[in-house]
Design a protein around this ligand. Structure first.
Ligand SMILES: NC(=O)c1ccc[n+]([C@@H]2O[C@H](COP(=O)([O-])OP(=O)(O)OC[C@H]3O[C@@H](n4cnc5c(N)ncnc54)[C@H](OP(=O)(O)O)[C@@H]3O)[C@@H](O)[C@H]2O)c1
Length: 305
């Protein structure tokens, strides 16, 4: 099969090459998915799981990419719940070969049915950003209607999901980002916008929930804005700042079939929009994943035309 591989951590996405790899076998509880579209998070190149297996052994050349939408073509021993020919979407294991390829072996529990009226490209854009936003807001952040959310990076892949889901849940959403992100963040539903490069973050007042996708100094300044009993949720590594009288949570997204179902249903009925920028074929993926201009949204690789 055709696949993108990486071999050199220092080279990052610039070290990606398109090559031939053997098709993966299906292990216990796996399915093989013929991938139609694959999502990719650029920071994957910094994750240890891109380079080593669970025992810490070098696994290069490895296939990056974790989000996928495609069709089940084979079942491993003991696999239940999905069938051959079914349309699916979901999230591949961090430590196994990923989804920038024509086929992937993946545990069935990491997939959900993809309704026939949802394009594979849309399906592949949802799992990481959608689940991360959902879990950060509702599971870790315990968001309630009427609360105020400070959504950092509100024009980004996760931030646009955070903004829309929080607003639908009845929250007041203050989006942040760079000056150029203002229009997009407001378009995705933020009630107001803070330009982190020019505005004073402290002027937003007190908030119930900070959803941090940036870290560092932005995280530290945000922690000071949290009301008593509020929460700082971070997805960019161990939290470095804690609210004086609240909770701080960092987490890594997990697959949940029911939550994937909730997310895709919102896309179907128009409550949730995806933030797709460029769509490229697998043959053109290396160039598309190494853009020479600023990304306008998530790059999705359309593996099958
Ligand atoms: N823990 C988890 O489970 C999990 C899940 C998903 C993502 N993540 C991590 O979360 C981060 C965000 O992911 P994403 O896919 O949403 O990325 P993204 O699409 O690039 O969105 C991040 C947004 O924040 C903006 N931003 C970053 N630093 C900024 C700064 N200092 N000031 C103002 N704006 C800033 C970015 O603008 P520019 O593009 O101009 O920098 C971009 O609009 C990544 O580090 C990713 O690895 C973690």
């Amino acid at each position: 099969m055709k696949a993108i591989v990486v071999t050199d951590q220092a080279a990052g996405t610039a070290g990606m090459t398109l090559t031939e790899r053997p098709e993966p076998p299906a292990s216990i509880n796996d399915v093989i998915v013929q991938i139609h579209a694959s999502g990719f998070v650029p920071t994957e190149m910094e994750w240890p799981s891109t380079w080593t297996d669970r025992a810490g052994r070098d696994k290069t050349p490895s296939i990056p990419g974790h989000e996928l939408a495609g069709v089940v073509t084979a079942l491993g021993y003991g696999t239940t719940g999905l069938s051959i020919g079914q349309r699916v979407f979901g999230l591949a294991d961090w430590h196994r070969d990923g989804t920038l390829a024509e086929y992937v072996a993946i545990e069935a529990r990491n997939l959900a049915p993809l309704p026939g009226d949802v394009d594979f490209t849309v399906g592949a854009s949802l799992p990481i950003s959608g689940l991360t936003a959902w879990q950060g807001l509702f599971q870790h952040g315990r968001l309630q209607s009427g609360q105020t959310v400070l959504a950092h990076g509100a024009a980004g892949a996760v931030g646009t999901m955070v903004t829309q889901l929080a607003r639908e849940a009845g929250a007041y959403v203050i989006g942040t980002g760079r000056a150029a992100d203002r229009e997009k963040a407001l378009d995705f539903g933020a009630h107001e916008f803070v330009d982190l490069e020019n505005d004073a973050l402290k002027d937003v007042g007190r908030v119930d929930l900070v959803f941090d996708v940036i870290g560092g100094d932005v995280q530290k300044r945000s922690a000071a804005l949290i009301k008593a009993g509020g929460t700082l949720v971070s997805i960019v590594g161990p939290v470095e700042a804690r609210p004086a009288d609240g909770l701080a949570v960092d987490f890594v997204v997990e697959v949940d079939r029911a939550e994937l179902g909730e997310i895709v249903q919102r896309v179907r009925d128009g409550r949730l929009r995806t933030n797709i920028g460029d769509i490229a074929s697998l043959d053109d993926a290396v160039g598309a994943l190494n853009p020479t201009t600023r990304r306008r949204g998530k790059t999705v690789i359309r593996v099958r035309p």
